[in-house]
Design a protein around this ligand. Sequence first.
Ligand code: APR
Length: 313
Amino acid sequence: MSVKKITVVGAGHVGATCSQLIALKELAREVILVDIAEGIPQGKGLDQWESAPIEGFDTRVYGANDYERSHDSDIFIVTAGVARKPGMSRDDLLKINAGVIRSVSEEIKRVAPDAIVIMVTNPLDVMAQVALETTGFPRERVIGMAGVLDTARYRSFIALELNVSVEDIQALVLGGHGDTMVPLASYTSVSGIPLTQLLDQERIDALVERTRKGGGEIVSYLKTGSAYYAPAAAAVQMTEAIVKDKRRILPCAAWLQGEYGMRDLYLGVPCLLGEGGLLKVIEVELNDEERAALDKSAEHVRSTVAALKALEG
Ligand code: APR
């Protein structure tokens, strides 16, 4: 696929970091930041473009308050919404963000009916479903960013603990984003060495717990906002896999259609990403404990969807 345009909806912390990374990596000819806040996307877009002569990229960065320039965008990364504040759970954001995502999805459908949507706005698994339903796109073209971030956090903590390169750490995190994610200890290795040979169970459990609460840890420091460097890097890694047709296997939120014995819900699972978006959901063997944790995670997503339907009457 020769990618000409990527639109990032929401020019806040996550969105602006996404557009900067896309430009630095030259993943498209144009990246467009769209936000309802007047002047913000234009200002950030121009500022990023003015870094191009220094950084040496030719991806044009634009900002807009509407979708006119986004016609026929190949990919939309959706970060629009309200970020989590201290003391606010992801689910508190539910109703406000669902309204935002519905209106954004209508616009995407209107200006770029063949686009691929990468959902970042939380609660992620549910917002992806709102986008899927509103756009009417197939599941191949509406994917949620969750597992790449959770896995990156887990890998970064393991690297610190062992004092080894992050590059050598392979891990897989399934399930819903955040508190109900399911790190698979049996699929975690350091240059092929099972993690269980390098760390005792107590240390592994502590790293898993820190990963589960990784989002909250950043919120407690920032106080007025939530994480954005790692979330943006994660969304851009998914984008790169699609743009370059790399056929990477990355943990993403996918609309399950029978995989893992589940249907009609978004859940974090290993996904093959390449040209066209989601090419395949990969099913891996789970032990009883992991299976139970995945079921619990699915239950949490289902109850959040039900809560949203109830809130919206
Ligand atoms: N259309 C476009 N942009 C919108 C809309 C809309 N309908 N509604 C809100 N926005 C914009 C806001 O104006 C703001 O600039 O979305 C942006 C959100 O940016 P931040 O508040 O900085 O939030 P951020 O930290 O980027 O997080 C965005 O990503 O990781 C998730 O939980 C996080 O859901 C949150 C999202």
